[in-house]
Design a protein around this ligand. Structure first.
Ligand code: SIN
Length: 275
């Protein structure tokens, strides 16, 4: 098994494994260590059924059941797998369309946000020249924090921000009332400090007047999206990719149309309370 770095900022590829077969303890330990170090990990060229995909997710941790969270377009018989797709068959959508087309970390609006999310690509859109579309872009939020001046980090360390699902989707959801997290959190496993605000789900800075908090958040969102912190994943069919929802943020590109089919399976691995 070989670990190959994907960009200066984050991301690695694991080569030399076939996920149709159970991995050895040493391989699992190697994958977990590489994932924690690089924030995004991809294994290319896989051919998985639902059980194989769930087995891979479980190497990282126990998956959440979408039934207890936001249930739509689940694989029949597999409440852990959600289908993301713009495809329609007999007038019925096959998956969640347009998922994640804004900077966010998954489920930052709950006390123990998802630790990891896993995607398996089944259909990837292309342009007329064959270039893949629908890239997913990731930002390293440990690096983004480290790049801020010490005085700014000191200021941010005293602030907290409100995260809420309703912010993006403008519909009340009583089971997801929102909550505050520190603007700088510590990674529950690596102990590293992370800039933890995202344009998708963060509303406001609790300790600042609204306009001042909004200006600060907008400047932090622009900072996180700076090219030097990014890895852009250009998908191929058969990619299995995991990202760390604490140390990274991500954005799904919306550069393809309804006649350019995209389909992914997705699982979410349970997280830890943020402190
Ligand atoms: C997501 O944000 O979970 C979806 C990412 C993607 O489909 O590229």
């Amino acid at each position: 098994m070989e670990v190959v770095r994907m960009s200066a900022a984050l991301g690695c590829e694991i080569r030399g494994i076939d996920l149709r077969l159970p991995l050895t303890d040493a391989q699992i330990a190697g994958i977990k260590a590489a994932f924690l170090e690089h924030g995004v990990l991809v294994v290319r060229g896989q051919q998985l059924d639902e059980a194989g995909f769930i087995r891979f997710s479980r190497y990282i941790g126990e998956e959440e059941s979408y039934k207890s969270t936001l249930s739509a377009y689940l694989r029949p018989g597999y409440p852990q797998i959600q289908v993301l797709s713009n495809m329609v068959e007999d007038g019925k959508p096959l998956g969640v369309k347009d998922a994640g087309q804004y900077w966010h970390t998954d489920r930052s609006y709950v006390p123990a946000p998802a630790w990891a999310s896993v995607l398996y690509s089944l259909r990837i859109p292309h342009d007329a020249s064959g270039k893949p579309l629908g890239d997913t872009v990731f930002s390293n939020c440990v690096m983004a924090l480290e790049a801020l001046p010490a005085s700014e980090r000191e200021r941010l360390s005293k602030l907290s921000a409100w995260h809420e699902y309703v912010f993006r989707f403008s519909k009340a959801n009583d089971s997801l009332p929102g909550l505050a997290h520190p603007v700088i959190i510590r990674h529950p496993l690596s102990g590293k400090e992370i800039l933890y605000v995202n344009a998708g789900f963060t509303h406001r800075i609790n300790e600042l007047p609204e306009a001042e908090g909004k200006a600060l958040l907008d400047s932090l969102y622009a900072h996180v999206a700076n090219e030097r912190f990014l890895y852009r994943h250009s998908w191929k069919v058969g990619d299995v990719l995991i990202w760390d929802n604490y140390s990274t943020q991500h954005l799904a590109s919306s550069d393809y149309g309804p006649d350019q089919p995209r389909m992914m399976w997705r699982t979410v691995v349970k997280g830890f309370p943020i402190e």
